[in-house]
Design a protein around this ligand. Structure first.
Ligand SMILES: [Zn+2]
Length: 286
């Protein structure tokens, strides 16, 4: 992927050094029931305690925190993430403008280990995630080592896809889709996992939409890049992850979609560049 020298985002909050300015100032109060987070992969994969996720989903009383950004990252990985984020800003700003709307840029928090968010306590073991309540993407960069070594998905465009997927959740939030899904979830019913799958596959499709327009505008793709992202999409399918962890494959438990579905929707976005083509909520053929 060609990214060196491209614009870096001013929306990165680097709190990796811990202590100091990042993450300790307390504001707000307990988190309301029903706060949701949307992650890249299913929770059990990285060995996160399900109770931690539960605590995050239902509040748990963690104080809301405003993280104060440090200086922009100067390390290679930090600059990479910042550049990809900037590229998503450019693409989504254009697409929103074309649709007669304005795009509010998300912020991205680089953390290490654990982080407090408006959605509750976040952990590196959850993988990258987006918190709709504070409109921030959270990532511990050690996930990229996991992605490469444990999940078998190396490559910089695979890493960019991870960011673009989480930004896809922010786009859904901006479009009001997250709220609709959350209301459906609160109403209950047997369909909660199905709604989650549709939300996640749409985020994959939006990641592809970003790739399409970034390529058109800036020719970022190199030989093998698309294959890297398609491989990553496959490796983090619910069926692949359950198999890799030695568990039985249980389709009813899927929250993110199968490998084939994740590849299909990323490819759809990448090929068409069209938000409309990403309507995973109104198709019978996921
Ligand atoms: Zn997701």
């Amino acid at each position: 992927m060609r990214w060196e020298g491209n614009r870096e985002s001013s929306n990165v909050e680097d709190v990796r050094s811990g202590g100091g300015r990042g993450g300790m100032g307390i504001g707000g109060g307990a988190i309301g029931i029903g706060t949701i987070v949307v992650a890249l992969i299913g929770g059990a994969v990285l060995g996160v305690n399900p109770l931690t996720l539960l605590g995050m989903m239902s509040g748990g009383g963690a104080p809301q925190v405003q993280t104060a950004p440090g200086p922009p990252p100067t390390d290679q990985m930090g600059r990479f993430v910042s550049t990809v984020l900037a590229d998503t800003e450019d693409v989504w700003k254009d697409l929103f403008t074309q649709g007669g709307a304005s795009y509010q840029e998300p912020r991205l928090v680089l953390f290490r280990g654990a982080v407090r968010t408006a959605c509750g306590a976040g952990q590196a073991a959850m993988g990258p995630f987006y918190c709709p309540a504070d409109q921030k993407v959270y990532i511990d960069l050690s996930f990229y080592e996991t992605l490469k070594s444990r999940l078998g998905a190396p490559g910089d465009f695979a890493q960019a896809y991870v960011i673009a997927h989480e930004v896809g959740h922010h786009v859904q939030n901006q479009l009001g889709i997250t709220d609709q899904v959350e209301r459906a979830r609160l109403r209950g019913g047997p369909d909660a996992n199905n709604m989650s799958v549709r939300l996640e596959l749409q985020a994959d499709c939006f990641a592809g939409v970003w790739g399409h327009h970034a390529q058109n505008a800036r020719q970022i793709l190199e030989q093998g890049d698309v294959e890297e992202a398609m491989n990553a999409a496959s490796r983090i399918g619910d069926d692949a992850l359950q198999q890799a962890s030695g568990r039985a494959v249980v389709p009813e438990s899927f929250t993110h979609g199968t490998s084939a579905q994740r590849q299909k929707w990323f490819a759809t976005g990448l090929k068409t560049g069209s938000v409309k083509a990403c309507d995973t909520f109104n198709t019978r053929n996921l």
